[in-house]
Design a binder for this molecule. Structure first.
Ligand code: FAD
Length: 421
């Protein structure tokens, strides 16, 4: 059986390693952290996984937490009123056709890594560099790099035409909080867009305490436009100060969310994160000093800002696409052109995630505002918009075409702004 090496044990690397193992491949997994270090480490994400991404895990029987994890049943979108504090200028909500889930990645990755080892997989705990990748390529038929935003991903060159940004477009502050009052109605990702300022998101998740008890919590993510009024986390000294600043911002900008979180507590001492992500696409094939190629996977080659909640879902999708293509390749070589084609197969989907996410980082054009406005009065349009999060290609072509946006609105019985004028 062919030997495959995976560097990186996150959503993409673990899912693909477990999938290959399931199909009888001999897989070496190289990771810089033991399961215990992952479990006791810092939170990494809000990790909302929408239905199609969850299905890729279910196909491999990796969905150990479906019965435990609180479902995210919908998305509620709001824009605060710029002049009337406490009021909304725009709001609509709709149910997802199938729930999304947010399981703390610390819990998931640690358990998946142990599962891989228990099933006979070889785990090497090491911070891999190019020399390590080279050594793996001596003894494996294929080396994959799935190190997320880690430095090893820099062996893949930036793909400039596919990467409109070269600096972070948001500064992020994340906290996992318990004691948050549930919103009325169904559970949801609450997506608060504050024009010119940033975004505030809340969504339910599940984590585990140090003594093993399951603990439902709420992810709270603030995405600040750099230099703006939400961008206040650069000098925070500790977790308590970060949470206090997050709550103060919520009281000012999204008081309906502050009402829910004002008595909340952190789930644990490592439940906060401050960060920034430069959205970029990289060329998927890198050449080692020996001349042998390696293939990139997940965030190592396509990383988007978290504001659309797609990174882990896209990593899951990439793992599923790569698995299918590895199986299909049989005993034929994993050469450079196979690697490029494999990535392009995934990019056929990921390009829409990237274009949509990058578009949302800028101010929405009038035709997009028109769709959002009409969604308030036309529940079927709100439903279509919300369910696009499960399959972002659905945002096209209307996202980039005023004519298509008008046609979309017409299909949902909403007069286009031009017809109303
Ligand atoms: C604040 C925030 C909120 C987010 N919210 C969401 C969301 O709601 N929904 C969603 O779908 N996505 C979300 N994401 C993005 C999502 O978490 C990532 O896109 C996803 O985890 C990427 O998967 P990956 O496997 O490519 O990388 P990762 O999950 O980052 O895994 C990479 C792994 O490689 C290991 N590694 C790194 N370097 C090395 C090395 N040199 N040697 C060995 N191992 C190494 C790391 O320890 C890590 O375990 C969010 C991200 C952030 C920052």
């Amino acid at each position: 059986m062919r030997r495959i090496a995976m560097i990186g044990a996150g959503q993409a690397g673990l899912q693909l390693a477990l999938g290959l193992q399931h199909h009888g491949y001999q897989v070496t997994l190289v990771t810089d952290r033991t399961p215990e270090q992952v479990e006791s480490g810092r939170v990494m994400s809000t990790q909302a996984l929408f239905h199609d991404a969850c299905e890729t895990e279910r196909q491999l029987n990796l969905n150990f937490w479906d019965e435990l994890c609180p479902p995210v049943e919908g998305i509620a979108f709001s824009v605060p009123h710029p002049e009337l504090p406490g009021h909304k200028a725009m709001s609509f909500e709709a149910r997802l056709d199938h729930p999304a889930y947010s399981l703390d990645q610390r819990v998931k990755f640690a358990h998946w890594q142990r599962t891989f080892a228990e099933r006979g997989g070889q785990v090497v705990t090491q911070h891999a560099d190019v020399t390590a990748a080279e050594r793996l390529s001596d003894t494996h038929d294929l080396v994959l790099v799935a190190t997320g935003k880690g430095a090893l991903g820099q062996i893949f060159e930036r793909d400039a035409p596919r990467s409109p940004y070269d600096v972070p477009q948001r500064h992020l502050a994340l906290a996992y909080l318990t004691g948050v009052r549930p919103r009325s109605g169904h559970s949801a990702v609450t997506f608060n867009l504050i024009p010119g300022v940033g975004e505030v998101f809340l969504l339910p998740g599940l984590t585990r305490t140090a003594d093993g008890a399951w603990l439902p919590y709420e992810n709270v993510l603030i995405e600040a436009i750099p230099g703006g009024p939400l961008d206040v986390f650069g000098d925070v000294q500790d977790a308590a100060e970060q949470v206090q600043r997050m709550l103060a911002l919520m009281a000012t900008f999204v008081p309906w969310e502050y009402d829910r979180v004002q008595d909340a507590q952190l789930t644990d001492a490592m439940a906060t994160l401050i960060g920034r992500v430069t959205p970029q696409v990289r060329h998927p094939v890198a050449t080692l000093p020996s001349g042998r190629p390696v293939l990139g996977l997940g965030d190592a080659v396509v990383v988007n800002d978290p504001l659309t909640g797609q990174g882990a879902g896209s990593a899951a999708r990439a793992a599923a696409v790569y698995l299918e293509r590895i199986l299909w390749q049989g005993d034929r070589p994993f050469d450079r052109s196979w690697m490029q084609d494999t990535f392009e197969d995934y990019w056929g989907y990921a390009q829409y995630v990237t274009d949509w996410t990058n578009a949302l980082l800028g101010p929405p054009p009038p035709h997009v505002l028109g769709v959002l406005d009409a969604a308030q009065r036309h529940p079927s349009l709100a439903h279509a918009f919300v369910n696009g999060f499960n399959h972002p290609p659905q945002f096209f072509p209307w996202l980039t075409s005023p004519q298509e946006a008008a046609a979309l609105m017409a299909r949902h019985g909403a007069p286009s702004p031009a017809a109303q004028a």
